[in-house]
Ligand binder design. Sequence first.
Ligand code: ATP
Ligand code: MG
Length: 253
Amino acid sequence: MIELSNIEKRFGEAVILKDISIRIPEGSVTALVGPSGGGKSTLLRCINLLEIPTSGAIRLGEETLSFAPDKRTSWQAIQKIRRQTGMVFQNFQLFPHQTAIENVMEGLVTVLKWPREKARERASELLTKVGMSHKTDAWPSTLSGGQQQRVAIARALAPSPRVLLCDEPTSALDPELSAEVVDVLGRLAREGTTMVMATHDLRLASKIANDVVFLEAGSVVETGSARAIFNAPERERTKRFISTINAAHTYDI
Ligand SMILES: Nc1ncnc2c1ncn2[C@@H]1O[C@H](COP(=O)(O)OP(=O)(O)OP(=O)(O)O)[C@@H](O)[C@H]1O
Ligand SMILES: [Mg+2]
């Protein structure tokens, strides 16, 4: 279980996240949707503490950490939370000077101090899981965007994080390559991987997510099951957002 309680994030005077409280059950997929600039990426970055919330609290499994404007968060406390998360970015961010399998092994060897052989075995299993076993020794620059993203997903999963955080995992990809990545994420979801995903791709969200959080201007406008939010949102604002994306289409979930 992940629980965010009353999270606020300020950059200087600007309040970017306002009193965000959400619960993410283990084994579920939560999609963060909403207009650009609403705070989706910032919220993801607060979950793995790439950004430190100004106030509020985060619970991830057994670890709870609370924040206050004049309270310094220790590096050890940050690591305890961050190590339970894996992050996938829009632009993949693979290490260019390492092969696919070396990218996946990297964190296991350097951070977790696994022996290379054991790390290689785990990395090899993960590359198979994301359908990339045929590109084990390929350099990132020789892979398509969809292939790079699948390697990046394997890398994020390598240390068995409690939650996989994805920031626009398909938005740099054309529809065909995007479909490859959606397939992999869908499979992970069915296997019970806990995921929080910021996305503009409402089809991806409707296909994979159990729950949807609609964020605008740093506040939660509406939360609910994917079915409820996509087919029968309660708030006017949510209705308008869903309908602008695809006026005629009823999401098939
Ligand atoms: N480091 C920062 N310093 C100051 N303001 C920031 C910083 N990072 C983000 N912001 C501001 O926070 C707001 C939310 O940004 P964020 O990137 O979280 O939105 P988003 O919902 O992910 O948008 P998009 O859909 O375009 O990815 C924006 O107004 C942005 O300018
Ligand atoms: Mg974003």
